[in-house]
Design a protein around this ligand. Structure first.
Ligand code: SF4
Length: 236
């Protein structure tokens, strides 16, 4: 620890420790508090906390969500603190047929006919931009596994580049584990963490780290693969 980081202005002050970097992260602090913290801990850097909606690029009608060699993308966010541990670069994949809640916060990413088609290489270039700090990368959506092949390819390339990768899905891990789709198996075999399950608006609220609702689980996939049974991370 040693840096003070200032997030986007919100109505309450939240102070937490970035579990990957050890940095103190301060959100919603007034200038006097920031000055006091800086006096004791040293100067910090401003962060874009990543809570704004990702930019959506429309390219007219797109015929299919699963286009060989291409990724159907809703947008990107960098320096997110809400999509997994630490600071994360996030790709939101376009298209979701699950419709698990009418209150889904990512409804902009539901329509399979919107968004943009990008090459895997172009997605990686954006996610691994050298000018931005990150502790890892998150693949969210929409439903990433509606494009399992593209998701697996992006994930594979990210792991080859040494990134810690979180994948979000509206499916449960148990459901995915029974899939015969080799790309789904690849995703489960490569990702570091899986945030799974449908969003349930009645179970949403404050103090639910990295998820939209408390029924969703943060799964340590590396430990799960090692021991052969589900291992949850208790992050709240
Ligand atoms: S799976 Fe995700 S994007 Fe799809 S409806 Fe549920 S919360 Fe929204």
């Amino acid at each position: 620890m040693g840096k003070v980081t200032q997030g986007q202005a919100v109505s309450e002050t939240e102070i937490s420790i970035n579990p990957l970097s050890g940095q103190l992260v301060v959100r919603g602090a007034n200038p006097a508090l920031l000055t006091t913290l800086a006096a004791h801990l040293g100067g910090g850097v401003d962060l874009d906390c990543g809570e704004c909606p990702p930019p959506v690029t429309h390219q007219g009608e797109i015929a299919a969500s699963e286009t060989p060699g291409l990724v159907h993308v809703a947008g990107f966010v960098h320096q997110s603190m809400v999509d997994g541990p630490g600071l994360r670069s996030v790709v939101f994949m376009q298209g979701c047929h699950l419709q698990c809640s009418t209150d889904c916060r990512n409804s902009y990413a539901h329509d399979f006919l919107k968004g943009a088609l990008m090459t895997v290489e172009a997605v990686l270039v954006e996610l691994l931009r050298p000018d931005l700090p990150r502790d890892g990368v998150t693949i969210s959506g929409g439903e990433p596994l509606a494009q399992a092949e593209a998701c697996a390819e992006v994930l594979s390339r990210l792991k080859a580049a040494g990134s810690h990768v979180v994948v979000y899905t509206g499916y449960t891990c148990e459901h995915l584990a029974h899939s015969m789709d080799s790309s789904v198996k690849r995703v489960l075999g490569l990702a570091d963490m899986l945030v799974d399950g449908p969003y349930v608006a009645a179970l949403s609220g404050k103090g639910i780290a990295y998820r939209g609702s408390s029924n969703q689980r943060v799964i340590d996939l590396r430990a799960t693969r090692t021991v052969g049974e589900l291992r949850l991370l208790h992050v709240d």
